[in-house]
Design a protein around this ligand. Structure first.
Ligand code: IMP
Ligand code: MG
Length: 177
């Protein structure tokens, strides 16, 4: 599949994304009620979402960044999660909020949640994803928070890439096949 930006259809506009982020932040502010939180951004896809989301969170917050990858080619999953860089501080007794771009098969989410449980005794672990592709799920896992549900299409933009490109789009789009 060749993807040109002029072929993309808008699935979620910049306005829709920003509005939904404020709603999610409001829920989180109510849930954490001023407790310390460590927000963990899963690079590279979640970068836009994470930075926009944390700007609306009002509790004392630290940010960490980890890098994982599961995609072998531009659009097909390898089914294997690679921990490219996962150095984290001590998260014992911390409220851990994992921030992802999209939950697809769920393997990445499961890997991360298992990783937290194996390595730390966190006070709480919550998983937040901008997008939830429920229909392609392979492992039984649900994000605690998600922005929008998407059906089985390959989506691009606002952090999500096609072969490394288009992460910089302010909207989320797809190419009609
Ligand atoms: P999972 O491990 O199958 O749940 O896949 C999660 C990762 O696959 C995400 O963090 C994305 O990097 C990537 N991914 C899944 N679906 C899409 C998509 O539609 N567009 C771009 N990346 C995707
Ligand atoms: Mg990702």
């Amino acid at each position: 599949m060749e993807v040109k930006v002029e072929d993309l259809k808008v699935l979620f506009s910049e306005e829709q994304i920003q509005k939904r982020i404020k709603e999610l932040a409001k829920e989180m502010n109510a849930f954490y009620k001023g407790e310390d939180v460590v927000a963990i951004c899963v690079l590279k896809g979640a970068v836009m979402f994470a930075v926009d989301l944390v700007k609306h969170l009002d509790m004392p917050l630290q940010m960490e960044f980890i890098r994982l990858s599961s995609y072998g080619s531009a659009m097909s999953t390898t089914g294997k999660v690679n921990a490219v860089d996962i150095k984290l501080p001590d998260l014992n007794d911390k409220n851990v909020l994992i921030i992802e771009d999209i939950v697809d098969t769920g393997l990445t989410a499961k890997f991360l949640i298992d990783f937290m449980h194996c390595n730390f005794n966190a006070k709480s672990i919550k998983f937040c994803s901008l997008l939830d592709k429920k229909i392609t799920r392979k492992v039984d896992i649900e994000p605690d928070y998600y922005g929008f549900e998407v059906d089985d299409k390959f989506v691009i933009g606002y952090g999500l890439d096609y072969d490394g490109y288009y992460r910089n789009l302010r909207y989320i789009g797809y190419k009609e096949m």
